[in-house]
Design a binder for this molecule. Structure first.
Ligand code: RFL
Ligand code: PHB
Length: 401
């Protein structure tokens, strides 16, 4: 079997890259470890930057997103009984975000891929990148009990944090940067109307909470919980009761509750692997970096990696310029570190770190610093603008000549 770009992983990164490459006439095959339904069972992200939405349009898969996605002009940050609006549109000269679920984008991309007759092997086992430092790399894998080799020019490792791609880069070549947070997020999805027309990020003594949504009839809520908590510890009633304690009072009083459609706990982590390229292998999205969800950046950073690799592959094949691949890692990492810093900063300001160690200062001192930091940024228009311009997303960087 042979293709130009072999893609590992049919999450949003792999599917979006595949669609964009195909539009430029670049042949690609995706190998995915689980079934399509399993991929669609992961709820995850809900907020898309304008750059991401534009990329989905460029891929020609935006019809449903443009019809059903809700444009959000702002969001609220609540703390100490007050709600402060971050007027995204007003503070950034007209930029906004789109509220449209990762599941929906993934489904749209899967359907478009199927309609275009592009090949995807679901339930491909033991995918292994081979000879990535040569000009004849390949992927070996097992499919329905048979062994296969997929020969290719380049490999895009879009296989998430637990994938095989990053491990292919020898340990002496890669450096990993990491911060693990001492808590997780418990998420609940329900067919209830959202608590408010825009998202509310809530800083509270009992822990952080987020009121988000998927549509006018479907809500997504999160609670900061101790790492030791299990989903089974949290009945729906317990979740709603705790959420009401953390939301601003007027919002809590009008909260509509209902049975959960899904509940899950995600640990919070900041993680970056450098470099993001090794020979003919590129790491894309969560395979190379993880952010805590507080800034809504994970999927959006995946999209900017895709945008960069897509431009590079287009130049490689259309202008016969294979040397430009060396630009990938530096361009991608510059934007990644901005997103990492923003997500880390927002997480520090909005969560309750309790008695946990916070580095070289005690927890009470750290809390005072973070309370003051949030108060300062929310209290000035310039401060709110700093939050707004990062939330809507920094511009994508172009390749150099
Ligand atoms: P994914 O989605 O993990 O997909 C990787 C795919 O690769 C497959 N795979 C393999 N296939 C073949 N062989 C192997 N050896 C393989 N190993 C793995 C997997 O089965 C999978 O299908 O990575 P991708 O495509 O890079 O996408 C990244 C995003 O999923 C992620 O960044 C976001 O979900 C993060 N995130 C958010 N991002 C945002 O931009 N805005 C948000 O509002 C937002 N909210 C969130 C989030 C993530 C969350 N969790 C659960 C971590 C909220 C939460 C709670
Ligand atoms: C979500 O709706 O899942 C969501 C929204 C914003 C975030 C994180 C998650 O910052």
């Amino acid at each position: 079997m042979k293709t130009q770009v072999a893609i590992i992983g049919a999450g949003p990164s792999g599917l979006l890259l595949g669609q964009l490459l195909a539009k430029q006439g670049i042949d690609n095959i995706i190998l995915e470890r689980v079934t399509g339904d399993y991929v669609l069972g992961r709820i995850r992200a809900g907020i898309l930057e304008q750059g991401f939405a534009d990329l989905v349009r460029e891929a020609g898969v935006a019809e449903r997103m443009d019809a059903e996605g809700e444009v959000h002009d702002g969001f609220d940050i609540a703390s100490e009984g007050k709600r402060v609006r971050i007027d995204l549109k007003g503070l950034t000269g007209g930029k906004t975000v789109v509220c449209y679920g990762q599941v929906e984008i993934t489904q749209d991309l899967m359907l478009a891929r199927e309609a275009a007759g592009l090949q995807t092997f679901y339930e491909a086992n033991d995918v292994q990148p081979q000879d990535v430092k040569t000009d004849a790399p390949s992927l070996t894998f097992e499919y329905q009990g048979e062994s296969y080799r997929l020969e290719c020019d380049y490999i895009a490792g879009c296989d998430g944090f637990h994938g095989v791609s990053r491990q292919t880069i020898p340990e002496e070549v890669r450096t990993e940067y990491e911060r693990v947070y001492p808590f997780g997020w418990l998420g609940l999805l329900s067919d209830t109307p959202p608590a408010h027309s825009e998202l509310i990020y809530c800083k509270h003594e009992r822990g952080f909470a987020l009121a988000s949504m998927r549509s006018e009839t479907r809500s997504r809520y999160y609670l900061q919980v101790p790492l030791a908590d299990k989903v089974e510890d949290w009945s729906d009633d317990a979740f709603w009761a705790e959420l009401k304690k953390r939301l601003p009072q007027d919002i809590a009083e009008n909260l509509v509750t209902g049975p959960s459609l899904e509940k899950s706990i995600a640990p919070l982590r900041s993680f970056v692997c450098e470099p993001m390229q090794y020979g003919r292998l590129f790491l894309v999205g969560d395979a190379a970096h993880i952010v805590p969800p507080t800034g809504a950046k994970g999927l959006n950073l995946a999209a900017s990696d895709v945008a960069t690799l897509y431009k590079i592959m287009t130049r490689v094949y259309q202008q016969n310029d294979p040397d430009c691949i060396s630009q990938y890692s530096d361009i991608a990492l510059r934007r990644v570190w901005n997103g990492e810093r923003f997500s880390w900063w927002m997480s520090n300001m909005l969560h309750n770190f309790g008695q946990m160690e916070t580095g070289d200062m005690d927890a009470a001192t750290f809390k005072r610093f973070m309370d003051s930091e949030l108060g300062y940024f929310l209290g000035s228009e310039n401060g709110r603008r700093v939050i707004a311009e990062q939330y809507v997303g920094l511009p994508y960087e172009e390749l150099t000549d």
